[in-house]
Design a protein around this ligand. Sequence first.
Ligand code: AHR
Length: 308
Amino acid sequence: EGNASTGEGGGGSSGDKLVIGFSQVGAESEWRTANTESIKSAITDAGHELKFSDAQQKQENQIKAIRSFIAQKVDAIVFSPVVETGFETVLKEAKDAGIPVFLADRAVDIEDDSLWVTFLGSDFVEEGRKAANWLAEEMEGVEGDINIVELQGTVGSAPAIDRKEGFEEVMAEHPNFKIIKSQSGDFTRAKGKEVMEAFLKSEGENIDVLYSHNDDMAIGAIQAIEEYGLKPGEDIKVIGVDAVKGAFEAMAAGKMNVTVECNPLFGPQLVDLIEAHAAGETLEKRISVKESIYTMDQAEELLPTRKY
Ligand code: AHR
C-alpha cells in the first residue's frame, strides 16, 4: 500500500514522487473551482504526478475514473464523492489492488471504513447548526411563524444531507421556525434561481428567510427575489454556506445576510496526509477543516482578504 512510484526525484516531503489520481465532483460552484485548484496545485507543487478527472456531478463518471486509476496502478486515489452511497464495490476494488483512497470534502455512507485511509473535510452538520443559530439570534423576540424556504444541495450528497440535519436539529428548539418549501438546486446558480422563482410563485411575500445549502444557489436566488420585486437581505433574509467571494460581494451590497464558511483550500493539508501515509504513518479516520461564520456588517472589510 502507498508504494512510491519510480519517478525522478520529486519535491514531496516524503522524498518520493507519487502518482495521484484525483476524482473531483464537478465544477458546479465557486467553492468547487477553488477546491479543485487547491488540490491540483498542492499535488504538483509537491512534485507528484497528477491524474485528474472531473465527474460533471455524475456518479457513473466517478466510478469509471476510479477504475481507470486502478488500471493505471496509481499510488493513491483522492476522491470527493458526488453522493454518499453506491461506491462500495469500486472502493473494494481499490483496496484489493492495494491502492489507498483519501476522501476529500465529502464522506461516503459505507460501514466498512477500511475502504479509505482518512476523510479530510468540513463538518457539514455543524455548518447547518451555525446557520440556524444565526437565524435564532437574528429573530430573537420576533413573534409568530418564521417562514423559511430551503434550497438543498445535490440530492444524496453529504453536504445536502448534513446541512439539512444540522439546521433542523437547532430548529427543533424554535417551534415558530417553519420550512414551508424545500427543494434541490443542485448547488448551482442557475438551478438556485429557477427553484427560487418557483418558491416565490407559490409563496410570494409569505417567505421570510431563504436557507441555501451553498452561496452559488443563494446568489442565483437573490436574482430571482429582485426580479420578483422584493429586496433580498431585507424582505427575505438570505443565508448561504461556503463564504465564497460572490457571497461577500452580495453581503457588501446588502443583499445577503450571512454565510457559513466551508473552506475548500485544504490541498496542502491533503498532500501532507498522503505523504504521511506513504511514509508509514497511521492517520486519524476523520480530519476536520477549521471554519467560521461571516455577517453582512463584516463583508466590506473582509472582501479584499478572501482567497476564494
Ligand atoms: O461539498 C461541498 C459543497 O459542494 C459546497 O458547499 C458546494 O458549494 C459544493 O458544490
